[in-house]
Design a protein. Sequence first.
Lengths: 121, 186, 140
Amino acid sequence: MTALTTFLEHYNYFITIFLMVSGLYIVIARGNMIKKLVGLSLFQTSVYLLYVAPGKIIGGTAPIFDRAYTVYSNPLPHVLILTAIVVGVATLALGLALVVRINEAYGTIEEDEIFSADGEI
Amino acid sequence: MELFTNAVLLTLLAIVTVAIARQRSLFGVVILSGIYSFLMASVLIVLDAVDVAMTEASVGAGISTVILLATLHLTKSIEYPKPRNTLLPLFVSVFVGAALVWGTIDLPAFGTADAPIHRHTTPRYISDAQDHRIAPNIVTAVLADYRSFDTMGETAVIFTGGIGVVLLLKGRRRRRPGKTAGEGMS
Amino acid sequence: MKHDVILRVGVKLLLPFILLFALYVHYHGDYGPGGGFQAGVISAGMIILYALVFGVDRAKRIAPEWLVERLVPAGVLIYASAGLPAMFAGKNYLDYTIYSHDPLHGHEWGVLLVETGVIVTVAATMTAIFYAFVDRGRSA
C-alpha cells in the first residue's frame, strides 16, 4: 500500500523522467538530424515539467493576486520556464538552420551517410 | 479531481512520446510534436502555470511547428529506415532513468504546501503582491522586476539565436561538393 | 492557398483580432496571464499566418525585412536603456522607482518599458527566422 501511495505521489516525476529518457534515447539512437532535434526538444519540455510540478500546491490557484484567494502556487519556477521556452525555440531554429546548411553541403541529413561521406567509417 | 486530470494528461503525454519515438515519417513526427505541445500546455494549466501554458501553446505548437515544417520543405521528409544498433542507447536510457527514479523517491510528495521550495523567497513575493508593492500578476512582476537582469540576459540570447539563423541562411549558397566533400567543408 | 476564398476572407477577418489580442496580452500582463514574450510570439504568428495564406511577398509589405532585422537588436537596446535613467539618478541599474513618485506606479512603468523591449525582440526574431527559412526555400 505504501509503495502504491509513493508511486502515485511521485507520478509526476516518473512521467517527467520517462519523457526525459525518451528524449535522450531519440537523440542517441536515431541518425536523422531533424528527429534528433525533436528528441532534444522533448528532453527540454520534460525539464519544464520538472521545474513547474514541484511548485504546484493542491487547492492553490494561479499566482495572480486576488482578494478571494490566499493559497498560490509557486511563481518562481513559472518565471524561469517562461523565458526558457522562448529561448528554446530560438535555439531549435538555430539547430534547424544548421541542418539546412548540412543538407545543402552533403545532400543528406542522415548522420551515418555524412560520416561515410567524410570517410570516417 | 485536480490529481486525476493531471494523471490522465501526463499519461497521454507519455503515449504521444512513444508515438514520436516510433514514427518514421518526419511529417508525422512534426505533427505529433505539435500535439505534444498542446498536451503540455494543458498539463501546465492544471499545474497553475497559466503564463507558461500560454507561451508553450503559442511557441511550441505554433512557431516551432512552422519552423520544423519549413525545414522539412528544405530537406527530406522520410527518415532513413536503416537498421541501427539500438541496444546500447536503450541500455543507457534505462540506466539513466533508473538512476533518476532512485533519486526522486525521496522528494516531497506532489502538491504538498510545506515543501522546501515554498519556504524560500516565494512568501515574500506573495506578501509584496498582497501589500500592493508590485503588480497583481506575480509572474510578470518577478520576471521584469525582481529578476530583470535575468530577463535581459534571456532577451540577449533570443537576439543571438535570431541573428545566428539569419547569418546561416541569408548567406551566399555554395556549390554542393561531390566526392571531395572533405575539402569543401572548411 | 492563394485561391481559396474562405481562407482569404477568414484570415483577413482574423488578423486584426489576433493583433488586438497580442496587444491586450502585452498591456494587460500586469493583471492577467501574459506579458512581452507571449505577445511577441502571437504578433509574429499573425505575420506568419498572413504569409502562409497570401504569400511572403505581401507579408514583407506590411513587415519589411530591413525593418524586422533592425528591430531584433532594437528590442535588446530598449531593454538595456530602460535601466540607464536610474543609474544617472544615482540608483541601481534597472531600479524602476525613479519613473514615478508612487513606487507601485514606478514599478508598473518600468515593467511596461522592459516588456516593450521584450515584445519587440521576440516578435522581430520570430519573424526574421521565418523569413530566413522561407527565402532559403525560394532561392533553391
